[in-house]
Design a protein around this ligand. Structure first.
Ligand code: SF4
Length: 980
């Protein structure tokens, strides 16, 4: 069908799966009881709540087409124009047949948008040169077909759009000019918390609390639905953005109207405001995460500026062994690629092993691209892609177009397709993958399950200086100063008695076991594996340890359907893995509080207790404030660790518990075989489940439907709102940018170490009562129980400024031995919250810098990490290296990212924070990667010059910086066009 919207309910199109390759389209066995409180719906109607269905027009398609590539493809009598890669080759481009598939997608984009301005013929030529050089330093303008957002990043993006409407009116334009030009889907998935768990009403109670906490935000989004074109909202309680994208939104081939009535077919591509947007690469859809500000620019018609990347080929051979899961595989891939180094590069998977991976397995691997550091992990379209599109109920005509278009374009993979050429290659024999977990602090730190207990013991020794095998041991050399006597005492005393219970809690006990995250809940094999392990455990009489907070939060309602059809939800319920919500929950840190008596014991003994989750991130402070060690694991292993109750157990050799006869039960006794999982999958998962659930995807629960919808082109900001406020970014903005300025006499706001994450800079989780943000909220009558999270308050800059650098685990080297967002206000010598110091410096008229180590801004794309930095008055960040998205977000917010030269760092310079900085050379004009001269003024009166690399990397970024940020640039363009 024309347009990008998939058609559902076009009748069954069942097709038998290849043996051992995933779900066939059989009628499901067993009863199917809807578990949600939501009534079953049958009609798909998103027009009642959305201002307009996407018009899917693109009038900016190639006006030059110098290689004469426009051709027509006819599918079932319907014509589609397309910009042909083989024709480009035949007409003089050169041999591009062995370009990596992912770069062919970029090449097609350049052919389609060749306008002689933003895209020129030489851009495509650079692609053919890439085949020879296997790298390129050419900067290109890339236009993805669509944008995906989640609510943590989506609310501030819509807040910015609403503020831009006000600003454009202020500049004399029409507010209606601010509208997404590309289709935007926003999925509300990040806000549900695990307040209630382990009982049949948990889902209902968590949804109720979610709506109580988030009503203001949801009202705002309902206003956005009616105010903006091309903007759709998937309501809360429906699913997780990447799983919804995989199961419904993604099409592999997209279609737009060229404005002259012709349908144009193109690869489905997107950018998303969530770093795990990369999951959709499993479906042959090129996509990655960008900051909210870049996404806003993309949806307003700005191309994404990028250098043609290197592509690392990852060859897969063989098949996974019995007992190894897709999660084990992705943790292995992550470790290998991290060790290799793929930051800023594409990874593309190839080789005969691809045919041994289901699409769900591929999506799991695509999901964790941010963890292995790549821009994306791409899988080309092949027969498995088509099988998945069919099984998940996509429009049969579109599926036919996918196959024919990809074959016509050289974008189709077969087992005997010649290998593309790559910049570098790695290889993995799938049969070498062993059961694994990753942690305790980083996703790339894979540990074989067989070694996990020993590794945890070592970690405990390193971190706490305790020997878990005997009396207190010597402190390890690098043991942090934070170790308390209570931690040591707790170990000596064999733990801490939990108030009101008959057990003690000790280091290594698992207090959270969460089946969570689109990474794994999109994969039926591991979800059914978890359910079958639960069933087998129950049959042997095992129980989850009473101190474990258990939860199950799938990324789509289809998961509930097949778990119920298999009868496995009852088994999971019986172990406490009741449904808690359809959303990110523990994966984004919404694990909810621990029981008071458990939390009390953890605090009393300063215990290093653990979480085990089927997520993709485990940075300090992310999962739960009480969990200092966090392990990523497959859903079945999450259940196994919940049964064992601690990380000290060797899952392969120690019993998980005892059966009713007092006999030990080992994990191998209850682990389901791959064959049994496959049989269960074939019996329980059906194509109709996808069709039924996604027929109602925009409708939402009654709580959503009952929200009052505000009207009007511009938003009526509420003065008393603590969730949604007009941000100050565009206040007093003139029609022309002010000139660039050097920085003189800057103080240091913080000195941070290596691998500081965006979560350290702008936490998403809990707001502490005694923090600046907590005080702000309480001053406005918000009780701590209603604080919600920082992530949910990103529509209020007042909260977010106060939350910047406020992660409870951040360590500022200016205040040694202190954890949390604290610094020294140098002129007064006083120690205070970073926000308070920044405000004091602002009053004093003093500019600020932040100094950091390697990989600054690693982790999730989080534009508030850059926005907050700007609002605190930080003019420049000076780091040893940067994570890709955060660096560009800093530029996008008008903050200068500077880089120490090789061999120079805060340590070699002996920085204490007492120095003052001059940064010169900026006011004379910025060029990409120029040198900025820094002069350090030390307290003893001495000076030192350092040449810093300006990490404004492209000409477009120079323009953004010159305008004070990307949104200012876009706004002036729009206002300029209006007045022209
Ligand atoms: S489940 Fe985790 S990875 Fe998936 S969107 Fe939510 S936070 Fe991101």
């Amino acid at each position: 069908m024309p347009g990008g919207q998939p058609a559902l309910h076009q009748g069954p199109h069942h097709r038998a799966a290849r043996p051992g390759r995933g779900p066939p389209a059989q009628a499901h066995a067993g009863p199917r009881t809807p578990r949600t409180a939501r009534p079953k719906r049958t009609a798909h109607d998103d027009t009642r709540t959305h201002r307009a269905r996407r018009h899917e027009k693109d009038e900016t398609l190639a006006v030059q087409d110098s290689l004469k590539t426009r051709r027509t493809l006819t599918v079932d009598g319907q014509e589609y124009d397309y910009f042909s890669i083989p024709e480009a080759e035949a007409n003089g481009l050169g041999d591009v047949s062995r370009l990596p598939f992912s770069l062919k997608v970029l090449l097609e984009n350049l052919l389609r948008y060749e306008d002689g301005g933003t895209v020129v013929a030489d851009d495509a030529k650079a692609m053919s040169q890439w085949v020879t050089d296997r790298k390129s330093d050419r900067e290109i303008a890339y236009r993805p077909a669509r944008v995906l957002m989640q609510d943590f990043t989506g609310v501030p993006a819509v807040v910015d759009l609403a503020a831009m409407r006000d600003a454009v009116a202020g500049l004399g334009g029409n507010p209606d000019q601010i509208n997404p030009l590309s289709p935007v889907d926003l999925v509300i998935d990040h806000s549900v918390m695990v307040d209630s768990y382990g009982n049949p009403t948990s889902f209902k109670r968590n949804v109720e609390r979610e709506f109580e906490r988030n009503r203001e935000r949801y009202e705002f989004l309902r206003w956005g639905q009616q105010a903006f074109d091309n903007f759709r909202v998937v309501p809360p309680g429906t699913g997780i953005c990447h799983q919804v994208n995989l199961e419904y939104l993604g099409q592999s081939v997209w279609v737009k109207d060229d404005g002259a009535g012709r349908n144009v077919a193109m690869p489905d591509t997107l950018v998303g405001t969530d770093s795990h947007t990369t999951m959709i690469n499993g479906l042959g859809v090129l996509g990655w995460g960008v900051g909210g500000i870049e996404a806003e620019a993309a949806m307003l018609g700005q191309p994404v500026s990028m250098v043609i990347p290197q592509v690392v080929g990852f060859k897969l051979t063989g098949e996974l062994n019995e007992g190894a899961t897709a999660t084990d595989l992705v943790l292995t891939v992550t470790q290998m690629l991290r060790q290799h180094g793929v930051v800023g590069k594409f990874v593309e998977f190839y080789g005969p092993g691809l045919s041994a991976l289901t699409l769900a397995d591929r999506a799991t691997i695509g999901n964790m691209a941010p963890e292995y550091g790549a821009t994306c992990g791409f899988f080309p379209v092949d027969a498995e892609t088509v099988r998945y599109l069919e099984f998940t109920g996509r429009d049969p005509h579109r599926i036919k177009l996918v196959e024919e278009y990809c074959k016509a374009q050289g974008l189709w993979r077969e087992d005997d397709t010649p290998d593309p050429v790559f910049s570098e290659v790695l290889e993995l024999d799938l049969s070498e993958v062993e059961p694994s977990i990753a942690g305790p602090k980083r996703p790339q730190d894979r540990v074989a399950v067989k070694a996990a207990a020993g590794e945890f013991r070592s970690h405990l020794q390193r971190e706490l200086g305790l020997d878990p095998d005997g009396p207190a041991a010597d402190m390890a050399e690098e043991g942090p100063a934070a170790i308390g006597d209570s931690a040591k005492q707790a170990f000596d005393d064999s733990g801490i008695q939990v108030e009101g219970e008959n057990y003690r809690l000790n280091h290594g006990d698992v207090v959270i076991a969460a089946i969570t995250s689109c990474t794994n809940t999109s994969n039926p094999s591991v979800m059914l594996g978890a359910g079958m392990l639960a069933r087998n455990a129950l049959e042997r009489g095992l129980e989850v340890k009473p101190w474990v907070k258990t939860s199950l939060a799938p990324g789509s309602q289809v998961v509930t359907d097949y778990l119920e059809a298999a009868g496995l939800q009852d088994d999971l319920d019986a172990l406490g893995f009741n449904l808690v919500g359809y959303g990110c929950t523990t994966c984004i840190g919404n694990s909810g509080p621990l029981a008071d008596n458990i939390a009390g014991a953890v605090e009393k003994g300063d215990l290093m207790v653990c979480s085990v989750l089927s997520g993709n991130r485990n940075f300090e402070g992310r999962i739960n404030p009480h969990c200092k060690a966090n392990y990523l694991a497959s859903p079945p292993l999450v259940v196994a660790y919940a049964l064992a109750g601690n990380m000290r157990v060797d899952l392969l050799n120690d019993p998980l518990g005892e059966d009713r006869k007092g006999q030990p039960v080992y994990m191998k006794d209850i682990w389901p075989s791959a064959g049994d999982i496959q049989s269960m999958l074939q019996a329980s998962l059906t194509s109709d489940m996808f069709k039924d659930r996604y027929a109602n995807v925009f409708q939402g629960p009654p709580e959503w439907q009952g929200i009052q919808v505000g009207e009007g082109q511009t938003y009526q900001w509420q003065d008393d709102s603590t969730y949604v406020r007009r941000p100050p970014f565009f206040e007093d903005m003139g029609g022309e940018p002010a000139g660039l300025e050097d920085v003189h006499g800057a103080h240091t706001l913080a000195i941070l170490g290596d691998s500081v994450t965006t979560d350290h800079i702008s936490p998403a989780g809990a707001i502490k009562k005694d923090s600046p943000a907590g005080r702000y909220l309480m001053d406005r009558g918000v009780e701590p129980r209603d604080f919600n999270s920082y992530g949910s308050r990103r529509g209020n800059h007042e909260v977010m400024m106060r939350g910047t650098f406020a992660n409870i685990r951040i360590r500022n080297e200016m205040v040694p031995g202190v954890e949390g967002g604290v610094t020294k206000h140098v002129p007064s010598g006083q120690q205070m919250a970073i926000y308070d110091a920044a405000m004091q410096y602002q009053e004093e008229g003093t500019p600020l810098v932040v100094v950091a180590g390697k990989e600054y801004g690693t982790g999730s794309s989080r534009d508030w990490a850059a926005k907050g930095t700007r609002l605190l008055g930080v003019k420049a960040v000076i780091a040893e290296s940067y994570e890709r998205i955060h660096r560009s977000n800093l530029v996008g917010m008008g903050v200068l990212p500077l880089q120490f030269p090789d061999g120079t760092s805060r340590k070699t310079l002996g920085l204490t924070g007492a120095e003052r900085w001059d940064l010169t050379g900026v006011k004379d004009g910025v060029t990409p990667r120029m040198t900025v001269q820094a002069t350090l003024h030390r307290p003893d009166g001495s000076q030192e010059a350092v040449n810093l690399l300006c990490r404004i990397d492209t000409a477009d970024e120079v323009e953004y910086y010159r305008h004070g940020g990307i949104l200012h640039y876009v706004l002036r363009q729009i206002a300029g066009r209006a007045s022209a």
